[in-house]
Design a protein. Structure first.
Length: 271
């Protein structure tokens, strides 16, 4: 039986994956399906693959619908209202941190080493904000080597996408192929979509196995790193303080709306 409520959760993940600096893995944690998502991806190669497919179809369908339909809207918002848009996502991120700490039961499970891991992970992600974020020109007249590069770009992006706090779109941005990927989605350039998509699928299958392994063996340490990733993403997303008073008010309202939405979704995910 398909869980169609996960369609909306998949749409939220897809919307976040379009935005550089915002992680679909973070949203999956926020709505309470992250560990189940990892288990389902891993389960595709097991004898119980059918039940995992039933779980993944609504999530994947929601992500696909969101990416195809919202790529235009997100691009427009980032171009027309960049600071309010990023403040909205900041609200989402700030709200998830206490939820993650509670989920990790940090008061009982964290020791000094875990806090060091958290800090290192936060610094590592924050440093990506200092890397040049030139989107790169749209690639045209693609050769076999270009398609190979796009495949590995999708692979790397999906590996980041499934990790909370690390944005797959940011990886594409750093590799200089973000604009090519967005343009392919907008214009339904199937060869590019298929090649990048295949790289994403392969990356998800391999990375999910690693994540499930460390969750099982090193749960507290894994949560420490994930929380560090999320904290570090604040520095990547932060667009700067608005100087205009009206814009500042709009940004603060966007932040509050994002925070409240994330808080409510987090509560729903716990149920």
């Amino acid at each position: 039986m398909f869980e169609w409520k996960n369609l909306l959760k998949g749409m939220m993940m897809g919307a976040s994956d379009v935005v550089p600096g915002v992680s679909g893995g973070t949203v999956a944690l926020l709505v309470g399906i992250y560990e189940r998502l990892i288990a389902a991806i891993n389960g595709l190669t097991s004898k119980d693959w059918k039940k995992h497919v039933i779980f993944l179809i609504p999530v994947g369908l929601g992500m696909g619908i969101s990416i195809l339909t919202l790529s235009h809207l997100i691009s427009w918002l980032l171009e027309a209202f960049p600071k309010p848009t990023f403040f909205f996502f900041l609200g989402l991120v700030f709200a998830i941190i206490p939820l993650l700490l509670r989920e990790a039961e940090f008061k009982q499970t964290f020791n000094a080493g875990h806090y060091v891991l958290l800090a290192l992970a936060a610094v590592g992600v924050a440093l990506t904000g200092f890397v040049s974020q030139d989107q790169g020109a749209v690639m045209t007249s693609l050769s076999w080597s270009d398609y190979l590069f796009l495949f590995f770009a999708g692979w790397l992006a999906s590996s980041a996408m499934i990790l909370p706090g690390i944005s797959g779109s940011l990886v594409l941005l750093l590799l200089g192929v973000y604009q090519t990927a967005i343009e392919a989605i907008k214009t339904l350039n199937l060869p590019v979509i298929i090649v990048v998509g295949f790289g994403v699928v392969i990356g998800l299958l391999l990375t999910s196995k690693l994540i499930q392994y460390v969750f099982q063996r090193f749960r507290a340490a894994t949560y420490a790193v994930i929380i560090g990733f999320v904290v570090g993403s604040i520095f990547v997303i932060y667009p700067g303080w608005p100087e205009d008073i009206l814009l500042l008010v709009i940004c603060l309202l966007s932040f509050i709306i994002g925070y409240f939405l994330a808080f409510r979704l987090g509560k729903a995910g716990e149920n």
